[in-house]
Design a protein around this ligand. Structure first.
Ligand code: NI
Length: 428
């Protein structure tokens, strides 16, 4: 059973001003150790190396998604919409709060190296032997499973799923505003209050009243801008490349039986791909930063160099290419190898497919529920059929390639590069 808190709790928040907690279950979830761990995982991974303000945590984002969801539901309740299934309130709030609970440190690079997905971890945390699981079970024995189903988008009621994952869900609305605020850019801002007012439940969907279409266009425009200016930023991407190479090198050394001077217990299971819930709890960005600090002094020169680069922000340079010339790439690899620079760790090419949404926002490549506009004749139309602005920014792909390499290594050998390779690397 869920019961209201005797006294409403309030968090001060820079994006929503205040976050209101009214349910005992929500309050108890926030106070679990697994949720508190999100304070030690940054929302935007390596983005702080490009935008120094981007230090905000997944904890603040998760509270924000909860608050947007709470506001949507409270608007539905105030308007007494009959299409809103009132009994789903607590489920929506808990799923919103917990949707990112499985995120590990620097999610994107580390997930990629070890093939563990944060969605799967969210599920394990909700269903496994955890404090979160025990809080959810107090609502009802089947409640943890329901929360897991909403997070996995398999819950039988679309309206509940769409609150947390659709083209215009509480998750996106919070992260766009929050990431814009903390990076200090203006692109991500849109009128959240206005959007919340024009949403309504309708025949099992959450739809937008036609009068709100321009507010939604504004939201989609800001999303488009944020992807280009923040999430796809090539410098952030360069830091991701280095992180990925650190993990790749450490994994290689681990498999070769290299004796690391510094090691922490959760790393063993991470490298063996046998992470337990306890390891996952211990693996946060503080742990990884400590590991990188120590590995900067390891005997392996590649690992030490990559860690130093990451900590001191000596990132790889990049060149933007219209297309990838495989022959030139092979020649560059050979050139580096001859000079003792291992291209496996010092050269990376980013293909446009790698630059799709899931690079920075795992999961978003999935088909998400469309935005539906409801007109006064009770007809539902998908927004891009009504809005030229939405049509013009739909289906965007990155058209260019980025080639990453350590500038000083090539500068040192610049004179030895032939004209062809030099011209290629100078191409802008
Ligand atoms: Ni999220």
């Amino acid at each position: 059973m869920s019961r209201p808190l005797q006294e409403e709790k309030v968090f001060k928040d820079p994006v929503h001003k205040y976050i209101y907690v009214q349910d005992q279950t929500v309050w108890d979830l926030i106070n679990t150790k697994e949720f508190q761990r999100l304070r030690r995982v940054r929302q935007l991974g390596t983005c702080y190396l490009t935008f120094h303000g981007a230090e905000h945590s997944r904890f603040s984002h998760s509270l924000g998604v909860y608050e947007v969801t709470r506001k949507i539901i409270s608007q539905f309740e105030r308007n007494r919409y009959e299409d809103w299934p009132k009994e789903e309130r607590l489920l929506c709030l808990c799923a919103a709060l917990l949707h990112d609970v499985g995120h590990g440190p620097f999610s994107h690079s580390i997930e990629k190296a070890f093939g563990n997905h944060h969605e799967e971890w969210s599920r394990r945390i909700v269903l496994g032997d955890t404090e979160i699981h025990r809080v959810l079970r107090r609502v009802s024995p089947s409640f943890p499973q329901q929360v897991a189903d909403v997070i996995a988008k398999t819950y039988h009621r679309e309206i509940v799923v769409s609150m947390v994952s659709s083209q215009m869900d509480a998750d996106r609305m919070d992260y766009l505003l929050r990431d814009a605020y903390f990076t200090g850019v203006n692109y991500g801002t849109f009128d959240l209050e206005r959007i919340l007012r024009v949403l309504r439940p309708y025949k099992g969907h959450i739809v937008v009243k036609e009068s709100g279409m321009h507010a939604v266009e504004d939201y989609l425009m800001s999303r488009y801008q944020m992807y280009w200016q923040i999430y796809f930023h090539p410098v952030t991407r360069s830091a991701e490349v280095i992180l990925h190479k650190i993990v790749q090198r450490a994994k290689q050394l681990f498999e070769e039986g290299f004796s690391f001077r510094f090691w922490l217990p959760p790393l063993t299971n991470l490298f063996l791909r046998k992470l337990t819930l306890r390891d996952h709890y211990l693996l946060d960005e503080s742990l990884m930063q400590t590991v990188f600090m120590q590995w900067a002094c390891e005997d392996d020169p590649i690992l030490a160099d990559l860690c130093t680069r990451f900590l001191q922000r000596k990132l790889f340079k990049y060149v933007t290419l219209e297309r990838v010339d495989v022959r030139q790439l092979d020649r560059l690899r050979g050139f580096m190898q001859e000079r003792g620079i291992d291209p496996a760790y010092y050269l990376e090419i980013d293909f446009p497919s790698d630059l799709s949404y899931d690079v920075y926002r795992p999961g978003e490549q999935d088909e998400k529920l469309p935005i539906l506009i409801l007109d006064d004749k009770d007809t539902l139309t998908e927004i891009s059929r009504k809005s030229e602005i939405v049509r013009s920014i739909s289906g965007i792909h990155m058209g260019k390639y980025h080639l990453y390499y350590p500038a000083e290594l090539l500068e040192r050998h610049r004179a030895e590069l032939d004209a062809e390779l030099r011209a290629w690397l100078d191409e802008e």
